[in-house]
Design a protein around this ligand. Sequence first.
Ligand code: FES
Length: 166
Amino acid sequence: MAEPGMAQSATALPEEVRAAIDALRPGYPTTEALLLPALHLAQEHWDGWLPDEAILAVAEELELPPARVYGVVTFYDLYHQRPVGRHRIRVCSNLSCALRGAGEILETLRRELGVDEDEVTPDGRCSYVHFECLGACEQAPMMMVDGEYHGPLTPDSARRIVEELD
Ligand code: FES
């Protein structure tokens, strides 16, 4: 019988993911430490996001409580519990950016991409979300596209940036 807090029944990880995790084990002192790279490997396998089955499979593989793995997945912005686009756009919506037009930038993306926040364009190209201060307030209003900062933005410059994404 499973211990309380341990995975009750999880989909096993695909063999190639298990093998990749096993290859990393010698470099990590504990399974806790291995959790972050293991989640990356699982996320790669599941096309850039982590459905529940992936999270439970990682928990089982590392013999960690699922709650611990969910905690890490929800804490780090690097992990996604919903499908994301090939290009991820984060629009800062904190005070400086909000005062300088972040709302208009979000509305421009919604119109340009034809999807709401946290949805993926039908071609899988883009998804966008609003975000807490990205630490570039002097560029307000700004957005981050795949790790690259853009700002100060206007609706037109935001549209051009999005158009150029392949
Ligand atoms: S308020 Fe937008 S980057 Fe800080």
